[in-house]
Design a protein. Sequence first.
Length: 878
Amino acid sequence: MSDNPHAPNKELAEAATPPTPPTIYRKDYRPPDWLVPDVALGFDLDLAETLVQADIQVTRNGDHGEPLRLEGDGLEPEEVLVDGAASNDWRLEEGALILPLSGDAHRISITTRIQPDKNTQLMGLYASNDMLCTQCEAEGFRRITFFPDRPDVLSRYTVEMRADKERFPVLLSNGNLVREEALEDGRHLAEWHDPWPKPSYLFALVAGDLVANRDSFTTMSGKEVDLAIWVRPGTGDLERTGHAMTALKNSMRWDEERYGREYDLAVFNIVAVSDFNMGAMENKGLNIFNSRYILADPDTATDADFDAIEGVVAHEYFHNWSGNRVTCRDWFQLSLKEGFTVFRDQSFSADMGSAPVKRIEDVRVLRAAQFPEDGGPLAHPIRPDSYMEISNFYTATVYNKGAEVIRMMATLAGDDGFRKATDLYFDRHDGEAATCEDFVLAMEDGAGLDLTVFRRWYEQAGTPQVTAKLDHDPQAKTATLTISQSVPDTPGQSDKQPMVLPLKTALIDRATGQHKGEQLLVLEEAEQRFTFDGFDAPPALSINRGFSAPVTLSSGQDVETLAFLARHDDDSFARYEALQQLVTERLVSEASGSEAEVIDDAMLAQVFADILADDRLEEAMRAELLTLPSESFVGEQMAVIRPDRVNQARQAMRKMLGANLAEQWQQHYVKLAPSGFAMDGAARGARRMRGLALAYLVAGEVGDAAGTAHAHFEAADNMTDRQTALASLAGMEHPLREQALDAFYTRYKDNALVLDKWFSLQALSFHPDVLEHIAALAKHPDFTLANPNRVRSLYGALAGNPSAFHHASGQGYRMLADMVIALDPKNAQTAARFIPPLGRWRRFDEGRAGLMRAELERIRNVDGLSRDTTEQVVKSLG
Ligand code: ARG
Ligand code: ZN
């Protein structure tokens, strides 16, 4: 790469630094040269060796002389037939099979042999717990057979699966089961046919010894759908599928009611697998899930786990329309299906539970994962312009910021307009591979919007910075709001243009706590002024209510105004936000030693006390309001992040609030004690608030904190309480710590998902020796790099615990880099996901920045580093 700025001296760079993979550009998109209307796949399945027979019908797309190019990754063809006759007229080029063809339509037959149990990348066909399963998005199908593995090639699939009947009694693929047969030698056959043309990334098969939770659903037009959730037998897992099944049926109904979308096959299968790189996959009629997003009962899963399951089951189901019936033209359009589908699953979860609480949680996730990405070396627009490895673009930007962009269009369109627009989008593009531009056009045509300027959300990366200033004129009795915005530079993008920002706003009378109605202000320019009449006194500004635009906003309002909003704002999000601002400004000022005017202990405790005493609040919302911003979030607000000082300031604040309000926390703790276990919203809210009260009592060292936490742990009849208590104990230097951790381990050592929690909560703890604990856990017999959930449970927690990861010794960075280097050859996709935390080095003090960079360089220089990890490291070094 001659234009690579990191290789000033080509010769030297080539000698010292391993090569950089080529970049693929959105602007280079060309329609496929060949189409594949029909595919017949035959599999002789076995763990060690699977024979794949692919028969594909190809047709020339347009008038050209290009050969057929079938992508392949690590494949050797054993035989290539063209229209039934053996062919030697092919060659391999970068793994792809290139085959010149004379006619406009041919039948190509290719035999390949693959080794599923050697597939540690978990892409393509792989083995997990003696079961065979697939993951094809984005480019895994080319690891199974040679194919035009791109999302704009849509084919009808027929799949014949043959396997040993005893070891693989269940054989599943997409669509409908059309034939089952016993074969010789104890083998059997199943044939599946999927009538809906689909891209190869939606292909799936599963073979194994599985049991199903079966149910059925009657669609809005009266069609029966057989539902099944498949899990391993004899593990207790079958009894843990009820919640996922309920979530599935609720999702099916919701999509009919809210979007008019009906399911379109007679069967819908879900399979839970333990080894999975991501959350789940929306393969047509055969969703494959990371088991953590299926399995739950109150004894092994927390209330938060239950919510995550409901959300992911819905997400994958909703993809049947937003992703499968209308798919993506190319991978640069990924947000077309992911942003929209995240928005859909967020709306669904909001409808199933508490909408205001859900909104706050979604914003928390956006700020924790997406804002740092948008402000760092890996920033990209929701529709990226280029990539080296597409797996690196399954990001919080494409997913979560993508969802915010859809949400803004929904806000601008209004409920009816948005529904008209989505109806139009689905009608227009059903059966097609569409683009983000197609979606925006459908929004314009369906809802009557002009989104010319709004399109910048697809083009410009970076989180807009908004300043809002409210001036009051007592003579004219007017309030004037001046709003200005700018979008920061990001890699490859500078001098950006203003964005369209829909800002829900209310001006609240300080005497009455009332306002005259919420208004939607739509900012389109760098600076705009809005004047409001009839204000004798200066109102309090409640802006970006419901987080209507994904921006950072400073209103410069004083402590009294923010405290007023924290008590009285009728928009739950804005109320939460006011208190978050008060707390964040105080913590930032302490951690950076600034002299800014911030809230003092007494006033902060008083705001907390008032919220604790506000009997109109739901407990879940009370807990949401009283949860302090994370250390990472506070750090992000500093010019130079000082993780140790943030930790000190935040811990001191928790201690102060715990001690000063000991009586109130105690009262809530007692009042919210359950009389029995329940899963309804009120019971869950009470559990959450009671857990928070416990955390404050512990932080405040009120009474015998360890004893209280341990009693909570012992009395727990559910995982939520058990985990809350154990998380507190894990941070203590106390003999009850080991006792509780051992008891938990002994009880759950055979349940991998619960054991993940045991790893995580130790690695996330505030314990002074947390780094030593993590180092020891990495050597624990139950730790393995082979299982992505286990890797994330320990190293995701390490990266998410600033006191551990950013320890001044650099040991946290080193441990993470050691793991990446060990994991990369086995599972590049999962390894690469751990680079972004190191890539944040520019935000830290010189000492830490240097240590982080050094680890990135060490990784960069590893021989044979994967394309996935190389891209992230090269971009992070910048
Ligand atoms: N489409 C899936 C989802 O969001 C994600 C699959 C991503 N897989 C991958 N290997 N990158 O629902
Ligand atoms: Zn998705």
